[in-house]
Design a protein around this ligand. Structure first.
Ligand SMILES: Nc1nc2c(ncn2[C@@H]2O[C@H](COP(=O)(O)OP(=O)(O)OP(=O)(O)O)[C@@H](O)[C@H]2O)c(=O)[nH]1
Ligand SMILES: [Mg+2]
Length: 417
């Protein structure tokens, strides 16, 4: 049965992982209804303080059927067809250079890592913290991108090379294929035979495994790391004046698709102000309105917002200038969307009744549930995930058409059933 996707946040100390996660969203702080959602699933035997729920913004199926006013998600929210779907995040703390040799919380970090399907590397792009997270000025954050990746590669490569002699002998003796042999070694990192197959496909190796050189082994490990840990770089602290030059440097070295600029602290600040009734803020956007703004726009009561003092006013103005107007948003919502894109997550909408999309039992609400599955998941696997071991008679998609269980789910094709 497919597991729920899990995204790990990695990065050196003080890069802003916890701020990005907005720790207030950890299980302990969730409203009771949501807490239950997390806790009833059996693998949560204890509450893990490192786990948090993030909300992924997607286009909801309700928009396609013009049913937005009746869309009532059980979890998350849906505003005019824009839906926030809960997704699990893992705060992987304690990574420092040398972790693969057990420095810092090395082994603990690496153990956490295996559970993740994709990584968000939170980089302090202001250069005001060194490789260990201590305060400094002018540190080059490109170094963090390089060493963090190298820690992961060296950890996996070290474990493999140590046993290579006996791995090779067994491989030859039982006439195994390379996928089987490597999967045996990589299953501990949460790998599947498909992950290994994709990693090998990319390399198009000609020599049999028993003749691989150390360089070949190294490229296999690198390719495997790319497949197992697709990574988004969240270049954080863009509100800091030193960030600009570092951003351009990193942008030249990395695939632009893998980079998102963000200011986690600005997002936390805006959400707090919105909650306290000082501003109206649309998460993930550049739209922040104060009482004054709304009065100006013709809302006589200023949207019921509170008055701001001069200090808060100045802070909001600065934030708009330094972050929102320059970069279009705080970037935090986009970080998660990009990670979901990398993973190819497909939102699936299970409904009781395919003709009205309802939940059954006299309810008027539609599309109450939405689950995120990884690309390549079949209709059968989806059904198992949603219904457990309950016998499956058949699956119907939109329009009441029967859907083959072997079909792979895709957005807009068979994602409502
Ligand atoms: N200027 C600025 N500071 C930030 C931003 N995000 C986080 N910080 C600050 O950076 C410091 C570290 O942030 P944390 O979120 O605790 O960092 P962390 O990565 O969780 O650190 P560890 O838990 O030690 O690994 C705090 O003082 C934050 O206020 C940001 O976007 N801009
Ligand atoms: Mg932290």
């Amino acid at each position: 049965m497919p597991r729920d996707p899990l995204i790990g946040l990695v990065g050196k100390p003080s890069s802003g992982k916890s701020t990005t996660l907005n720790r207030k969203l950890s299980v302990r702080h969730l409203p009771f209804k949501e807490r239950e959602h997390v806790l009833i699933r059996p693998r949560f035997t204890t509450i893990d303080p490192q786990r948090a729920i993030g909300y992924l913004q997607i286009s909801c199926a309700c928009a396609r059927y013009d049913l937005s006013d009746r869309c009532k998600p059980n979890y998350g929210a849906c505003v005019k067809g824009k839906r926030s779907v809960p997704i699990e995040l893992l705060d992987v703390a304690g990574l420092v250079p040398g972790a693969h040799e057990g420095k810092g919380l090395g082994n603990k970090f690496l153990d956490d890592l295996r559970q993740a399907d994709a990584l968000i590397h939170v980089v302090d792009v202001s250069g005001t913290t060194d490789a260990e997270g201590k305060a400094t000025r002018g540190y080059d954050p490109l170094q963090d991108i390089v060493w963090l990746r190298s820690e992961i590669v060296r950890w996996i490569e070290g474990n493999l090379v140590e046993k290579w002699g006996s791995i090779k002998r067994r491989h030859v003796a039982i006439k195994a294929n390379p996928i089987e042999t490597l999967q045996n070694q990589f299953s501990g990192y949460g790998s599947t035979p498909q992950t290994v197959a994709r990693a090998l496909d990319r390399l198009k190796l000609k020599e049999p495994l028993e003749h691989w050189s150390p360089e070949t082994i190294s490229s296999v490990v690198n390719s495997f790391t790319d497949e197992k840990f697709p990574t988004v770089f969240a270049l954080n602290k863009i509100d800091h004046p030193d960030a600009d030059k570092n951003i351009s440097k990193i942008a030249k070295m990395q695939d632009p698709q893998s980079i998102v600029l963000c200011s986690a602290i600005s997002e936390v600040f805006l959400r707090k102000l919105a909650k306290q009734g000082f501003v109206r803020y649309v998460e993930g956007s550049e739209l922040v309105d104060t009482r004054e703004d709304l009065v100006e726009m013709g809302e006589a009561d200023g949207g019921g917002l509170k008055e701001l003092d001069e200090k808060l006013k100045t802070r909001i103005e600065n934030l708009k200038d330094m972050v929102l107007y320059r970069f279009g948003s705080t970037g935090v919502v986009q970080v998660l969307s990009r990670a979901a894109e990398l993973l190819g997550l497909v939102p699936v909408f299970p409904v009781r009744n395919i003709h009205g999309f309802g939940a059954g039992a006299g309810s008027n609400a539609v599309f109450r549930d939405c689950v995120l599955v990884q690309k390549g998941t079949t209709v059968r696997d989806c059904a198992r995930k949603i219904m457990g071991d309950a016998p499956l008679a058949y699956v119907e998609g939109a329009g009441g058409v029967r859907v083959s269980e072997d079909e792979v789910v895709e957005v807009g094709k068979n994602d409502v059933s």
